[in-house]
Write a protein that binds this ligand. Structure first.
Ligand code: UGA
Length: 338
């Protein structure tokens, strides 16, 4: 199989590429702006990389969509702070650029495996989110945080419509707070614009306080990237076409924890690490209002738990890695690399 991955140097892209090259005989064609996460695979004979931009290198992309069997467009802004500071950037990249890719998959009759997001469920109050039942609940327009969820939701709907009207083979997958080595760059975290796990690790390294936004009682289900990649591999294998035109949550409901619990767990893991256990000072854990941390355009999601019955049924998959192991692996990888 020939797989095209746009955004191959990103968190999901580089982990997926590594797994494909390690466990299959497939070829990966990848594009990204950078290649700092790709040192383990860049020389691999079945990995074909080009440094490029999806809004510029359109001919390369069209040629490779034509040539490949499965297209995985992973280019997107996915950090909440940027939804508020650069909402139009989110619209342009996450929506417009990806719509163009979707249309080319339709033109060449290709299979697309597209990252939807846990964010599309928005502030739904359901105890568990189900792909084909849960209402998708977004806040008012001046709460700009929702532009990401809205862009992703509309793309889900467009892809679904192309699929059901016979023009596109698709699988939409919805990651729920995947974490692991090289999640976000620590440089982004130093500026405060990273997802929570990387943000907290960066603060611990810099001895700055960990901020619990609005008290930290909001919950997430953190999913270890290896589990996520296991599920994605099964989606790519697509045995008996089981994933055709399906939307699939990929998350670990057993790993639910509040952001407050997360902060204490990460601090504990950091303090026990051989490189840091003799440090003289450690970060405090403090509270911050969302207005001061993110700005007025922010609104949060109180609980976000996936129902994964569909993934279990279609893929024969269940996540294996518990929360503490997932956090420990993530912290240790960051500390080893920095
Ligand atoms: C994330 C992002 O939107 C996407 O990466 C993705 O599509 C999706 O959810 C996902 O990974 O499933 P969110 O979970 O809100 O959204 O992102 P984080 O930035 O990781 O924040 C998690 C929670 O921690 C939020 O409640 C946030 O307010 C809180 N937080 C964040 C803090 O309390 N302190 C911080 O320093 C940073």
């Amino acid at each position: 199989m020939k797989i095209l991955i746009l955004g191959v140097n990103g968190f999901i892209g580089h982990h997926l590429t590594q797994r494909i090259l390690d466990t299959t005989d497939w070829n990966v064609y990848g594009m990204d702006l950078a290649f700092d996460r790709l040192d383990r695979v860049i020389q691999h004979p079945r990995f074909h990389f080009i440094e490029g931009d999806i809004s510029i290198n359109r001919e390369w992309i069209e040629y490779h969509i034509k040539k490949c069997d499965v297209i995985i467009p992973l280019v997107a802004i996915a950090t909440p702070k940027l939804y508020l500071t650069d909402p139009l950037g989110v619209f342009h990249l996450d929506f417009e650029m990806n719509l163009h890719i979707v249309k080319q998959c339709v033109k060449y009759n290709k299979r697309i495996v597209f990252p939807s997001t846990s964010e599309v469920y928005g502030a739904s109050l359901e105890p568990e989110f189900k792909e084909d039942e849960t209402f998708l609940v977004l806040g008012p327009i001046h709460k700009e945080r929702w532009i990401y969820a809205c862009c992703k939701q509309l793309l889900d709907r467009v892809i679904y419509a192309y699929g059901t009207h016979g023009h596109l083979k698709f699988t939409l997958f919805r990651p729920f707070n995947w974490i692991g080595p090289r999640l976000d760059s620590l440089d982004a975290a130093k500026e405060g614009s990273s997802r929570v796990v990387t943000q907290f690790i960066a603060e611990l390294l810099m001895k700055r306080p960990l901020s619990l936004v609005d008290g930290g009682s909001q919950k997430r289900c953190f999913t270890y990237v290896d589990d996520g990649i296991d599920a994605l591999m099964k989606i790519l294998e697509n045995k008996d076409d089981c994933c055709r035109n399906q939307i699939i949550n990929i998350g670990n409901p057993d790993n639910e924890c509040s952001i407050r619990e997360l902060a204490y767990l990460l601090k504990q893991i950091f303090m026990a690490h051989p490189k840091h256990r003799d440090d003289k000072v450690f970060s405090e854990i403090i509270e911050a209002s969302s207005d001061s941390y993110y700005g007025k355009g922010y609104q949060d999601i109180t609980t976000r738990k996936p129902n994964i019955e569909k993934a279990k049924r279609l893929l024969g998959w269940t996540p294996q890695i518990g929360l503490e192991e997932a956090l420990k692996n993530t912290v240790y990888a960051f500390l080893e690399e920095n």
